[in-house]
Design a protein around this ligand. Structure first.
Ligand code: SF4
Length: 221
């Protein structure tokens, strides 16, 4: 199946409640041969109207970020965790992400990107569960020939101008990596470190309060 065929099928989806409130399904945009895939949360108002991802104010900042490292939208693929706009731009809910994940997984299968750039915590959780974006942003990990580079969602810079330089600084690391000037950390090492940190925390919590910490760090694809 080509990416176009896949996205045409996606446009007909009405598997979850989000379709009801959306003008249209927004599968994604960019090159079928992209080596880098950016993954956001879900379409906003402008994206819902135009049928394209990241074309509103956050999208303009994403364009600026790409340009700052000599990339443009045609070089990459841009998709979202959920393909229909959550009402009022609320966060996507877990059952909606689960309902929609098959489309993203199929896009990944067709495009086979080498580098994944989750934008924001919802997209980060697809790859790195059990950790926080404030800890992981700007870091590059590798696992099984794939690379993961975590970034804040560009929309955060719209609400908080102090985040702009952080995102601009973070994305420079992606350029350094593309130029072979920065190595990716092994995700396996990171997984072990986070699991060990969580186990220590869990022991301390159990000791102090008798509570259990059920969170886990998981690699999900
Ligand atoms: S959000 Fe995803 S699963 Fe839900 S209707 Fe839209 S395309 Fe289908």
């Amino acid at each position: 199946m080509t990416l176009e065929e896949l996205n045409e099928s996606c446009k007909k989806c009405d598997k979850c409640r989000l379709r009801k409130g959306a003008t249209q399904v927004v599968p994604g945009a960019g090159s079928e041969h992209a080596e880098i895939m950016f993954i956001g949360e879900g379409p906003g108002e402008t994206e819902d109207k135009q049928g394209l991802p990241f074309v509103g104010a956050a999208g303009r900042f994403l364009n600026e970020l790409l340009k700052s490292i000599n990339l443009n939208r045609e070089d990459v693929y841009i998709a979202n965790m959920v393909k229909c706009r959550p009402p009022g731009n609320r966060d996507p809910q877990e059952d909606e992400i689960q309902a929609c994940k098959g489309w993203l997984n199929q896009q990944i299968k067709v495009i086979q990107p080498k580098i994944f750039v989750p934008l924001g915590r919802f997209a980060m959780y697809k790859f790195l569960k059990g950790t926080s974006i404030s800890k992981e942003h700007g870091k590059i990990y590798s696992r099984s020939g794939k690379v993961y580079f975590v970034m804040y969602h560009p929309a955060v810079a719209l609400y908080n101008g102090a985040m702009r330089p952080i995102l601009l600084e973070d994305i420079k690391k992606l350029r350094l990596f593309l130029d072979g000037k920065l190595d990716a950390q092994s995700l396996n090492d990171t997984v072990s470190k986070i699991i060990s940190e969580k186990e220590t925390l869990k022991k301390e919590q159990n000791k102090n309060q008798g509570n259990k910490d059920s969170s886990q760090f998981k690699m999900t694809i």
